[in-house]
Design a protein around this ligand. Structure first.
Ligand code: NAD
Ligand code: SER
Length: 316
């Protein structure tokens, strides 16, 4: 029986991943933790505790006391917020991962770690279209630097100590259950809230800023698939490319207009446009498809329908 700790559980991914894990492993076996209080659904369906991942002593006590066998480490400062406080972001993103990798080395019961990387590991010197799994990773943001360093630490702990740590370079994730956490791809979440509330949206990226994106259901499925795959099937121990779909603000606004004809988008690019310009427009995830069956089901029309429905239900 698995006993799972999710760190950063109140965030955009955690709030949905915890519910998916509880369905598989049983509510009582999935411990959701965060610095802040979680959404109602999380609190009511199973254990939720306040825990700071930087508090390594409390973390180790927690893991030993609850005989944790897997950790999903989702706490991080995302790209937009990290540029405002670069050294703090570096400290949180790096130290938290190192605390957990070291725990996995020391604690026998703890068998598997999930830690997400990002398309932010790539930079202006990376091939921008159909970016390969193995390519140049020279990121231009502090967030991206922390993700590349994190990937190298994952590989190191696997090679040196046999720590089974698995990772996905998530594209921008789109969901309606919890707000997005301060990233560059957040426009593609905000746009749905504004479309329904005000029938207009002022976008902080340019009209043609194409980025890889993924609907949360596909991201959760990918994460669970990777974590359930036999270790011997996996050749990547840094992080897997996952492609999703690629679109720009103009594409998504045209799709929204099909449902809300009066919707209008205007553009006022800010510092996040400069970040977006350093990231790939599309990703080659053929290795993830081959080794653990990565698959994207939500194309832009289905994603738009699901988001409009989800946000409308939330407002109702
Ligand atoms: P989020 O900001 O929505 O959630 C992160 C959670 O971590 C928050 O609830 C926050 O309170 C918590 N947290 C922050 N510091 C903490 C600490 N010291 N101790 C405990 N909890 C702490 O982020 P998310 O979108 O859910 O992202 C989760 C992970 O996935 C991150 O590593 C992020 O880099 C990665 N990722 C996300 C996306 C995306 O589009 N959402 C894309 C690529 C990678
Ligand atoms: N969606 C994330 C961000 O914009 C990518 O890792 O920060």
């Amino acid at each position: 029986m698995e006993r799972i700790l999710v760190i950063g559980a109140a965030g955009q991914i955690g709030s949905e991943l915890v519910m998916a894990l509880r369905k598989i492993h049983g509510n009582g076996n999935v411990y959701a933790t965060d610095l802040k209080q979680g959404p109602k659904e999380l609190l009511e369906s199973g254990p939720f505790m306040l825990l700071d991942v930087m508090d390594d002593k409390r973390l180790i006590h927690f893991v030993i006391r609850h005989k944790i066998t897997q950790i999903y480490h989702l706490a991080a400062v995302l790209s937009g917020n990290a540029e405002k406080l670069p050294l703090q972001a570096w400290e949180i993103n790096m130290q938290s991962l190192l605390n957990i990798l070291d725990l996995a080395r020391e604690v026998d019961d703890l068998k598997k770690i999930f830690w997400p990387s990002s398309i932010a590991v790539f930079g202006t010197t990376t091939p921008r279209y159909n970016t390969p799994q193995l390519t140049i990773t020279e990121p231009n943001t502090v967030y991206g630097i922390s993700k590349v360093a994190g990937e190298r630490w994952c590989q190191y702990f696997f090679d040196k100590f046999g720590v089974d740590v698995r990772s996905i370079r998530y594209p921008g994730l789109i969901s309606h259950k919890t707000e997005a956490g301060g990233g560059t791809t957040d426009y593609a979440v905000e746009i749905f809230y504004e479309a329904i509330k005000n029938q207009k949206y002022e976008c902080f990226l340019k009209k043609d800023a194409s980025l890889p994106m993924m609907f949360m259901d596909d991201a959760i499925k990918a994460t669970l698939n990777l974590m359930e795959s036999p270790l011997e099937n996996l050749s990547i121990h840094s992080s897997y490319n996952v492609g999703g779909i690629s679109f720009n603000p103009d594409d998504i606004s045209k799709e929204i207009k099909k449902h809300i004809p009066e919707f209008e988008i205007t553009y006022k690019p800010d510092f996040r446009q400069a970040i977006a310009e350093t990231w790939p427009a599309s990703i080659d995830d053929s290795l993830a498809q081959k080794e653990w069956g990565c698959k994207t089901e939500f194309e832009l029309p289905e994603l738009t329908e699901a988001m409009l429905k989800g946000v409308r239900e939330k407002f109702a």
